[in-house]
Design a protein around this ligand. Sequence first.
Ligand SMILES: Nc1nc2c(ncn2[C@@H]2O[C@H](COP(=O)(O)OP(=O)(O)OP(=O)(O)O)[C@@H](O)[C@H]2O)c(=O)[nH]1
Ligand SMILES: [Mg+2]
Length: 422
Amino acid sequence: MKILTFVGKTPSDALKKAKMSPNYSQMLHIDTKEIQKKSLGRDALYEIVMGIEGDTEQTYQKNSSVTKDSRPLTQKSADVLYDISYAAKQISKIAEVKDPLYAYQEQNTQPMLEPKELKEIKSEIAKLGDKVKIIQNMFWEEKAPDLDSHIPSEFAEIYRLASQSGMNKEHLDAIMRMTLEHMPFKMRENSSTIKRYFQTILRKMVPVRIESLPSIGNKKVIMLVGPTGVGKTTSVAKLAARYSFLMQKKYKVGLIVLDTYRIGAVEQLMQYARMMKLAIETVVDPSDFASALDSLKYCDYILIDTMGSSPYDRNKIEKIYECLDGNDSKYNIDVVLVMPSSIKYEDLKATYENFSSLNVDTLMFTKLDETRGFGNIFSLAYEIKKPISYFSVGQEVPEDLVCATSDFLIECLLNGFNRSKA
Ligand SMILES: Nc1nc2c(ncn2[C@@H]2O[C@H](COP(=O)(O)OP(=O)(O)OP(=O)(O)O)[C@@H](O)[C@H]2O)c(=O)[nH]1
Ligand SMILES: [Mg+2]
């Protein structure tokens, strides 16, 4: 790649000069920097660094114009693109951070004298590397995704990992397009830099709610809702143990079990309550809900376990709704929708839609230890714009609970679940 620089008193002045160059349409913007600060009697100076490459770049530009002219985006995918674009812009700072390797190479532009053998070994390694790339390209071309812009073979690994993770294809393709558009050419030569860049974009895109603790005199009321057998009761027990024993401050925790159908479900939470010596109230009829809340008013945390309901069982969801609707206490109830990470994106979305009448505040995903792909979780949180609050990573109470972070989710998505990183 040939590097050209244009200098001006402002960035737009420098850009104007670049635009005057006959090759401007083939140039790629690499960097804009202030090279001289404004001082008394002296203007500031800005430098725009542009790169021109031969065939490679032309291919890329040709293909990216295909993207622009191709089928019009629906409103929905336009939103997706807008959001991803925002994320990509936020992380464009990464592009400004020089890869340490390049920084080193740039500082050492004077060729060092090397022994002949070392030169030969280096040239052999370079030839081998090229051969591997050619083989890689052959396979990639064969299976290249049906995307309206060409994806260079260096991106094959990241594309494969993300599509195997169960991520929604529309999201994946949009993220890929943005990555290709925003990623500086210099970073593309190396698949680990590509992975790092892609990982950062994904992290910026996933909404996560950082756990906040109750301020003095206030309490937190958290209700877990969701389909049957997803781990609601186990998670209530984990949260109860966390707040009453595991934090620096030991909070007063009270439990409510709202299960009008099964005695067994009530008994399960009762056992945890006995073990942890916590107060517990049972609610059979929604009209008892307010008095149950009132009797736990001395607590810092009130955790509510609900009966599991099939997402299609309107009757059970209705009962929970009645409790929430009839809540005339001054407490704001935080509704957490609990879902297993093992079901595919479309099912997660259908589940969310069926519970959305309960005004879900955050999402909790369970059974991360039982699945391999995490793109389904990513896509759901991204699509519905609901933050994730917790992950459950096993059956053990209380230790298998993780406060959600985007780092942890994206690490799982690209490198698989690793308990030690939880
Ligand atoms: N592997 C694994 N198992 C889990 C996890 N969370 C819960 N479980 C198990 O899933 C099963 C169901 O858990 P519960 O907590 O009873 O589920 P629930 O949502 O309360 O079920 P219902 O009240 O019947 O709707 C139990 O065997 C739990 O030990 C998890 O993160 N990983
Ligand atoms: Mg239960």
